[in-house]
Design a protein around this ligand. Structure first.
Ligand code: ADP
Length: 94
């Protein structure tokens, strides 16, 4: 039997303005527009991934969903939250 790796993560709604996005990323406006329409119709089907470091949330991916939800005027976004030490954040920023 192999070792079990437990990754502590939890899906929850987080206020959009509490999520820091440290890396600027170029979004495809057509993707954002299509996601806005879909999210409005059927809701956000897949959470974005965020890191929680010292009580702050950092998002590195899901940038199209983030922008779509923001432009729809939503106050919260569904996130898969993983708690991480600051060293993991530094690694993402390197
Ligand atoms: P992102 O930068 O947000 O990852 P992509 O265009 O690369 O954007 O991928 C879109 C993602 O959004 C997919 O993983 C898809 O499962 C997810 N998703 C969540 N909610 C919806 C929705 N309502 N309609 C379409 N895709 C959705």
């Amino acid at each position: 039997m192999g070792a079990t790796v437990r990754v502590k993560s939890l899906v929850k709604e987080i206020p959009i303005n509490q999520i820091r996005r440290p890396l600027p990323r170029q979004n495809d406006p057509a993707k954002v527009a299509a996601l806005m329409e879909s999210i409005q119709q059927i809701g956000q089907q897949e959470p974005i991934d965020v890191l929680e470091v010292d009580g702050q949330y950092y998002g590195f991916s899901g940038c199209h969903r983030y922008e779509a939800c923001q432009r729809l005027g939503k106050e919260t976004i569904l996130c898969n939250v993983r708690k991480a030490p600051r060293s993991v954040l530094q690694r993402h920023l390197a």
